[in-house]
Design a protein around this ligand. Structure first.
Ligand code: AKG
Length: 253
């Protein structure tokens, strides 16, 4: 293929060298222009993403400060400090769920008459998730009794999920929410999730004020790195916090 291109260009230059110089200059100018346009576009979108990340990180920190205050923890930045850390392992994920038409012969028969699962049931392992979506529904959360409740989509609001680490750091006072996302049969769902996480070597512990003889520590101390490693060894829907739960005899001790 490379030879062929070389051959054609040689031929063109043989026919009219001046023309060819002009053509390749035009071509080069066009390519440079396209490249600059693409770079400009890339830098505009990457600065928009950076600005968004900064804004949602600030929101997550403010929420965590309020939460610590509400729990009567004297050091109100005990949770947010982990996210503000320069080595914070926070990430952003963009999800796209293309429409999945229901292609059933018999429209009334289950399960092909139901929406397909786009993102399986799970809880978020990090501290807090700030989720935003377009106006296409699909997100569902699981209640204590196991019932699934749809979350009304609203592009102007944020959905905040408590993650596993916050459950551990509040000694079970806040519970990480199990959720899943279903596809829509005719429209695309888009969502953007900011997962606020500590640095990998941060020790996940409970503020001492939240532990008492009546409410002993539920989880052993662990690092986020250890938790992530354990999480990767499990399936998406498995409960990871169970691995770090104190044994009953340790709680009494
Ligand atoms: O798209 C959604 O609403 C859910 C996304 C989600 O659960 C995730 O990214 O972990």
């Amino acid at each position: 293929m490379k030879n062929k291109i070389n051959f054609i260009s040689t031929k063109l230059s043989n026919l009219n060298p001046q023309n060819n110089t002009h053509q390749s200059n035009l071509k080069r100018q066009y390519c440079t222009h396209q490249l600059e346009k693409a770079k400009e576009k890339q830098s505009t979108s990457s600065s928009a993403v950076s600005a968004y990340i900064e804004a949602v990180r600030e929101l997550a920190c403010e929420l965590l400060d309020l939460l610590a205050e509400g729990l009567w923890v004297p050091d109100r930045s005990v949770f947010s400090r982990l996210i503000r850390d320069v080595d914070s392992d926070s990430i952003i994920r963009l999800n796209h769920y293309p429409p999945m038409p229901m292609l059933c012969q018999d429209k009334d028969s289950s399960p092909c008459n139901q929406n397909k699962v786009g993102f399986g049931e799970h809880s978020d392992p990090q501290i807090l998730t700030i989720l935003r979506s377009n106006d296409v529904g699909g997100l569902q959360i699981s209640l204590n009794d196991g019932a699934w409740v749809p979350v009304t989509p609203d592009p102007a609001t944020f959905c905040v999920n408590v993650g596993d680490l916050l459950q551990a750091m509040t000694n079970g006072r806040f519970v990480s929410v199990r959720h899943k996302a279903l596809t829509n049969s005719s429209k695309s769902r888009l969502s953007m999730a900011y997962f606020a996480a500590p640095p990998p070597d941060a020790r996940i512990t409970v503020p001492p004020e939240m532990i008492s003889p009546n409410k002993p520590a539920l989880y052993k101390p662990f690092t986020w790195g250890e938790f992530k490693k354990a999480a990767f060894a499990l399936r998406l829907g498995d409960s990871r916090l169970g691995l770090f739960r104190m044994e009953c005899d340790e709680q009494v001790a």
